[in-house]
Design a protein around this ligand. Sequence first.
Ligand SMILES: Nc1nc2c(c(=O)[nH]1)N[C@H]1C(S)=C(S)[C@@H](COP(=O)(O)O)O[C@H]1N2
Ligand SMILES: [Mo]
Length: 334
Amino acid sequence: MLIKFPARSEAKESDVTPESVYLSRRGFMKAGAAVGLGASALPAVLAAQEYPDVPSVDVPAWLEPRLVDARWKAVSTNEPITPFKDATSYNNFYEFGTNKGDPARNASGLVVEPWTVMIDGEVAKPGRYDLTKLLADDRLEERIYRLRCVEAWSMVIPWLGIPLSGLIRQVEPTSKAKYVRMETVVQEKAMPGVRSSFSLVDWPYVEGLRMDEAMHPLTLLAVGMYGRSLPNQNGAPIRLVVPWKYGFKSIKSIVKISFVPEQPRTSWESLAPSEYGFYANVNPNVDHPRWSQARERRLPSGLFSPNLMDTRLFNGYEDEVAGLYSGLDLRANY
Ligand SMILES: Nc1nc2c(c(=O)[nH]1)N[C@H]1C(S)=C(S)[C@@H](COP(=O)(O)O)O[C@H]1N2
Ligand SMILES: [Mo]
């Protein structure tokens, strides 16, 4: 069953939430405070208003004022949003196991507070940044993006975050910085997939982007989804979202961001270079060696009546990002 999302009939890509909607939402929050809800309940109320199937949750204290102040629906789509239940129970987070239900089952032991992110490499302001400071004064934005996994399933998820470009400008990369390389946390105790001797991945999980991809306005550092903080299985407390690329580029639970001169070796590329490339742009015309990429299964999708649809070049973000790849052979650079 799909959620009916109110008042989005006119919403298009890049629509900005009218100030009146934003203000009335804040009014609603204040009303919530007035009837005696605790401070930590406020963001849950806020989530419940727009996403009725999202259970209440305690939001970290540093995130709460940012949620109140977020720009709701800074980017949207007219497609139905995937129910919270599906987005948080059908996951890829191999550190917690390879089955789709493993991350939801196993990720509760991930320790996400306090959280620091190491910034290093070709950058004027390297250092270990506390997450609460890393986002600087940038206002959170809600970005409703399609997420297309290389395995040919997809979802529509309302993220909350800041453009990665804001963080990059803050730490001032040098002219030698040509790529951004990112690492996921390793918490062996909490991560059965990391402990497993059968795991094929050489931990930590590594991903990367070319600098112009990292600076692109669609590239998001998410700290929340569905009006609340990120559930652990979705990459708490901070993850990348690159909507025009296959899902594996969107690295979760980031602890390190390095500015480097060379194209970094990423986890999936190291594992199977003929199957997963560095670019990983969604492309219906370039098949995976073992399956077609022409179509996708949009979740939720029944076993007997799968919700199939055509996959779009750059996951439907061609107008925004095609310019990054002019002159690049997308078949050779998959
Ligand atoms: N650290 C880490 N990040 C990861 C993965 C992973 O296994 N480990 N899986 C990727 C893949 S293949 C996908 S499709 C998305 C899934 O994000 P979601 O579970 O929030 O939908 O996360 C990506 N980020
Ligand atoms: Mo994926």
